[in-house]
Write a protein that binds this ligand. Sequence first.
Ligand SMILES: Cc1cc2nc3c(=O)[nH]c(=O)nc-3n(C[C@H](O)[C@H](O)[C@H](O)COP(=O)(O)OP(=O)(O)OC[C@H]3O[C@@H](n4cnc5c(N)ncnc54)[C@H](O)[C@@H]3O)c2cc1C
Length: 388
Amino acid sequence: MNTETMQSGVEFSLNENQKMITQMIKDFGEQHIKPKMMEWDESQEFPVDVFKKLGELGLMGVLVPESYGGSGFSYAEYVTVVSEISKIDGSIGLSVAAHNSLCTGHILQFGSEEQKQKYLAKLATAEHIGAWGLTEPNTGSDSGNMRTTAVLDGDEWVLNGTKNFITHAISGDIVVVIVRTGEVGDSHGMSAFIVERGTAGFSGGKKENKLGMRASETAELVFDDCRIPKENMLGKEGEGFIQAMKVLDGGRISIASLGLGIAKGAYEAALAYSKERHQFNKPISSFQGISFKLAEMATKVEAAELLIFKSAHLKDSGQKVTEVSAKAKYYASEIAVEVSTDAVQIFGGYGYTKDFPAEKYYRDSKLCTIGEGTSEIQKLVIARELLN
Ligand SMILES: Cc1cc2nc3c(=O)[nH]c(=O)nc-3n(C[C@H](O)[C@H](O)[C@H](O)COP(=O)(O)OP(=O)(O)OC[C@H]3O[C@@H](n4cnc5c(N)ncnc54)[C@H](O)[C@@H]3O)c2cc1C
């Protein structure tokens, strides 16, 4: 990237914090992620200890103000955290993103002072791992049609139902869950609650066996007459779905950064390999068919980065980001799949094996076009904003 500044004030060069974070993650990745990541991928192990260590580095409470025990960074630094980790391992990137922007982000945005004091510091240091449950088996894109319920009984809410595809559903210590407290079809008929691990009637369910992102735990959350105190509601009754949509506005920047990191990792690996691999007595990078692919990959990566930088800049300056963050999420996710597919092609047969990094980027990238709103839903959001 060059060092120009856009008229809007967006800096194209990395600030000192971003440079420090990039180096810190690079060093951390060499020591704690790279040596084990293929093992975790094979066995679908969710490496909890790695998240505890990331917590010690301040990377599990990136956006949490220092007064609540976090790092107090802005979205600019947050994008660097998620993309640099995802450049090494998308699974770890996905879990860091879900913990920071979904669970912790929801409590940060909508929690009462008491809830923030109680939960944020432990989430920011990763003493507690966070999960966030919106999706249900029959309601994904149409999440507002959810069927899990909470009914008030005296001073307690009683939760019943199942959420699925939830990141950290088994290992999470603190779960923010959005459930129905009113009529089906009423966007004000849902509320958000904090549920602590160990609460009777609350358990993790079936763990998914996935194509990619295999070291990030994805499972069911099961509520069976789960009683939680009244004060665990986030905000007011009926605000849960609207809160969730606002959390997802920021979440889109997370998943866009995840896609960006995967695309960058795949591109850089393919670029290096194309210079080393010789066929017909020449490096394969000297063939126009390969160099044009690299040119396209580099252009896509930079365009995605610019959309993400713009989203982060607008978010940091308190402006509405619904449209631009949907564009960033849509574009970065799609190009993550395209760039990692081209990377496999550049690696040839070796790209199809687990001895080289291309196949993992390829498998991990596909989640980006699905999680936190599919590409089709992003286009729906963008179109709605354009036509409004
Ligand atoms: C690894 C992983 C981690 C996840 N983590 C979490 C988490 O932590 N918390 C959480 O709550 N959820 C999580 N999810 C769920 C994720 O957000 C949903 O999978 C996603 O929103 C899509 O929902 P669905 O899978 O039910 O697909 P569906 O909604 O059934 O969609 C199926 C297809 O139909 C298309 N479609 C649906 N509606 C429309 C429409 N109106 N117009 C055009 N096309 C449409 C979709 O784009 C898609 O192609 C996770 C999922 C995965 C795979």
